[in-house]
Write a protein that binds this ligand. Sequence first.
Ligand SMILES: Nc1ncnc2c1ncn2[C@@H]1O[C@H](COP(=O)(O)OP(=O)(O)O)[C@@H](O)[C@H]1O
Ligand SMILES: [Mg+2]
Length: 383
Amino acid sequence: MWRNAEKRNSKDMIDNPFSYGKTVDDPFFYDRKKELEEIKLSMRNATNQIMYSPRRIGKSSLVIKALKDLEAEGHPTVYIDFFKVSSREKFIELYTRELMRPMSNWTKGLKRIQGLIRGIQPAMGLDQAGLPELRLSIDPLQTARAFEDVINIPANSKHDKCWIVVFDEFQEIEKLNGESFEKELRASFQHHRNASYVFLGSQRHMLLNIFSRKDRAFFNFGKLFQLEKPSEEESMVFIENRFRVGGYPVSEKLIRQILEQTRNIPYYLQYLSAEIWESARLSSSDPDVIYPQALERLLINQTDYFHGIRNQLTAFQVRLLSAIAWNGFGSYETTFLQKYRLFPTSSIQKAYKRMTDLDILEKQTNQYCISDPFFELWLKQQS
Ligand SMILES: Nc1ncnc2c1ncn2[C@@H]1O[C@H](COP(=O)(O)OP(=O)(O)O)[C@@H](O)[C@H]1O
Ligand SMILES: [Mg+2]
């Protein structure tokens, strides 16, 4: 009894060996050796790259890892998440913050930045936690100049090694509208011989629109490629190792169940594994035994979120979604449409489009899949 309690206590000390919801690095990061080397090689060569994949496959984690390595090699780097860019001013601010990040002497740094970017008035402030924070204000009459200066930093601030500038979730640029922002970026970037621009995006059709349509500013701007899921073997090794490190080894059968349930998508794989580990720890049980309860707990935790998604949809869209959940995928094939009594075709088209735009569905050639495997499971439980 006493021994058990002691054993449990020592395991209580261990943090969850899985991580999800934010970008990951070692020891939560696995595979991607080949991709990492290729991306870094292109970055070093000042080649522009465009990488797309559905959300939660690991684009940001991979590129941030590459940036860290190249920063250590002496490359100046900039990383901007376009979900945070709500205006031109915000873009200028985020870019400038990135320039300030490696500067050890803030006062000198601020001076240098002011010398490089017109119209910018940096100031030190305190954030909510009371920690020093760089605040920036931009003279409203000089926004255009500040923007021009910021985007030309890689050309005007000489460095031995090339600049690496990453724009994550770049499809969001469309919301800023758009076209003029895009044109100005392109007009400057094309002269930057000493910079590698890397664009990431999770909405395939939007990103392809930006980079592969002749009438768009960024047409043919760089190497376009899709990031695939990690290999199943690598995922299996990772799951096995992490459960072992966490003190609760798992069977191969359970590893295969996790892969199947999460479709080997890194985010869901880590999320489910984290829940299983946590359930095993809380009840000191074998993960294999606790698995059904852990999955149920995860679905219960997500219920409000799932209701939120479903509530945005019309009754017809929900019906189509349930049909896709049961069928495994949706299409325009008559067998599928008849089986679930889905008509007319025009409503189906509209429903597919809406749910793809909302990221609920993902289009793969002629099939539509539900992006979130847990949502799919939940929908099946509901109908
Ligand atoms: N190489 C990786 N190894 C392990 N887990 C990963 C890896 N890449 C991504 N993940 C998991 O997926 C989640 C989402 O990763 P992220 O890089 O934000 O994906 P994306 O940018 O494609 O949406 C992470 O929080 C992590 O749980
Ligand atoms: Mg991302």
